[in-house]
Design a protein. Sequence first.
Length: 173
Amino acid sequence: MGILARITNATKSSKNGNNRNESSLSTGGHGIDKNRVLAPTDPTVINPVNAGTWQTVRTAPVNDTPRYFNKAEADALKAVAAQKREEARQAKRAYKSLKKVEESDAQVHTAHRTYIKGVADNELTKKCADASTARHLHTLRPEYAKLGFGLDRAENKAQQRVDELKAKIKDKY
């Protein structure tokens, strides 16, 4: 099918309501859905569409006005502060580890996508070679046709000569 036929056929298809991106690789079609490509890896991941909850940690309420504390309150707050200091230290360690896990996941993801790009590139290289071979085989067709016609002509001449010889022999006997 020629390029003009492909274009006009694509135009006819789109007029008939059959306009699909995945039409055919040979006509430049594709099956790449941008919504799937850009879909988050997890529904809760932070991105411009899902900015998170903006929640924070607040152990004690904000004292927006000055006030006095008694000894029991001060001692209790001192114990809570010590406990929260230790919990904060452990939380920092945990978040640091979680960040490393995310970085590792991202490295694996990136390596896999690099691999997939290589597979796609090599598939195209293979298909280019296949198309080149097909084009070359098409250029050989006329020569093969000539060979075939020549063989047909030789067979017909030989058969004609055999028939002539048979007729001569029949006439003699």
